[in-house]
Write a protein that binds this ligand. Structure first.
Ligand code: PMP
Length: 381
């Protein structure tokens, strides 16, 4: 199987599984215990926190380990809203991940105002829309760094600057950015940043929210007061050990790796457009993640193409993993102005750290064969 679905999840990088196993066996202690096994576990936790903080360019006191992107988004949104007594307005965009949009619906039901900013035909939020929508009533702005379906990068540095001037906290869901492009708080420009380990070769069920100590943030989980009281519960040490190892590895290779993957993406898109000339690459004129290519294939059902390619030995997806199989057209291309019918023809190919040129070459010919076969099939249907 050739795996080209890294935005759904990415296979573990070398060393990650071993670090996790060691944290379950050799270092089984509870990091809050004062005895030797506890202190050794605490060391793993501290080292991982330092590695993540260094990669992002923040002080380690700002790293709150969580169970992943979904929880980090909840903590940022629900935690800040509760601290603001559920009053005021939150600005977001129409293309956020459901783990942002769904908690915002709950906040709306509790009386907060939520404004969903539109995107243009390339899937970009306009920073000027953010500027126009900011008012003294705004409690939070939440805009993702890179869209999970299209890979389109959002103008987060500009939005961050606007929020700083307006003294409004900015939350950025950087789940898909993390591990695919160099990540620094300066590039992101947000004081609340969501990270997840499993989209770039780390373990599932582990992530972090980067949040300054001064930010009012009501914890979602109350209990033993772990993570400086911001996220109680005995830490997921195996996950955190794997996340720390990932962060350490990324620090040394993210620049070169993103260049290498971008070259593969460029070549793949060129060849795919030669073999299926009417395919439309979503966000083609926008800056995108170097690994993500979402396409509409006129006359072809995206899910059927995914299944055909699966049988041929290639794993891609028809959109976000969390919405595939649901038969609802994805909200992202719809927000870009595509019809529900066009949206159903979407497939997403996402490359990753272990993708090679040979894999991409065999994918290109399988893709062409599968599209041809489905189109011929539907012509006789
Ligand atoms: N935000 C984005 C943009 C994502 O792509 C995902 C994963 N699909 C999440 C949040 C949720 O992350 P996790 O799977 O770690 O909960």
């Amino acid at each position: 199987m050739i795996y080209l679905d890294h935005n759904a999840t990415s296979p573990p990088r070398p060393g990650v599984a071993e670090a996790m196993l060691a944290a379950m066996t050799a270092t089984y202690g509870n990091p809050s215990s004062v005895h030797g096994p506890g202190r050794r576990a605490r060391q793993i936790l501290d080292d991982a926190r330092r590695a993540v903080a260094r990669l992002v360019g923040v002080h380690e006191s700002r790293v709150i380990f969580t169970s992943g992107g979904t929880e980090s988004n909840h903590l940022a949104l629900l935690g800040l809203a509760e601290a603001a007594d559920h009053r005021g307005t939150i600005l977001t965009s129409a293309i956020e991940h459901p783990s942002v949009l769904n908690p915002l619906e709950r906040l709306q039901a509790r009386g907060m105002r939520v404004i969903k900013l539109p995107v243009d035909a390339m899937g970009r939020v306009d920073a000027q829309d953010v500027e126009r929508a900011l008012t003294p009533d705004t409690r939070l702005v939440s805009i993702m760094a890179a869209n999970n379906e299209t890979g389109v990068l959002q103008p987060i540095a500009a939005i961050g600057a606007l929020c700083r001037t307006a003294k409004v906290p900015f939350h950025c869901d950087a789940t898909q950015w993390f591990g695919k492009l160099p990540l620094g708080v300066d590039a992101i420009g947000a004081e609340l940043i969501t990270l997840s380990a499993h989209k770039s070769g780390g373990p599932k069920g582990c992530g972090a929210l980067i949040a300054g100590a001064a930010l009012p943030l009501a914890p979602l989980l109350l209990g033993g007061g772990q993570e400086r009281g911001r996220r109680s519960g005995t830490e997921n040490l195996p996950g955190i050990a794997g996340f720390g190892l990932l962060a350490g590895q990324l620090a040394g290779q993210i620049e070169d790796e993103s260049q290498r993957i971008m070259a593969l993406q460029k070549k793949m898109e060129r060849e795919l457009l030669k073999s299926v000339p009417d395919a439309i690459i979503l966000g083609s004129d926008a800056e995108r993640l170097p690994n993500t290519t979402a396409m509409l294939i006129p006359g072809v059902d995206g899910e059927t193409l995914v299944m055909t390619l699966d049988l041929a030995g290639f794993a891609i997806s028809s959109g976000a993993a969390c919405s595939s199989g649901k038969n609802n057209p994805s909200h992202v291309p719809l927000a870009m102005g595509w019809t529900p019918e066009a949206t159903r023809s979407m497939v997403r190919v996402s490359l990753g750290w272990e993708t090679t040129g040979t894999m991409v070459d065999s994918f290109i010919s399988a893709f062409q064969r599968s599209v041809d076969r489905l189109r011929k099939g539907s012509a006789f249907a």
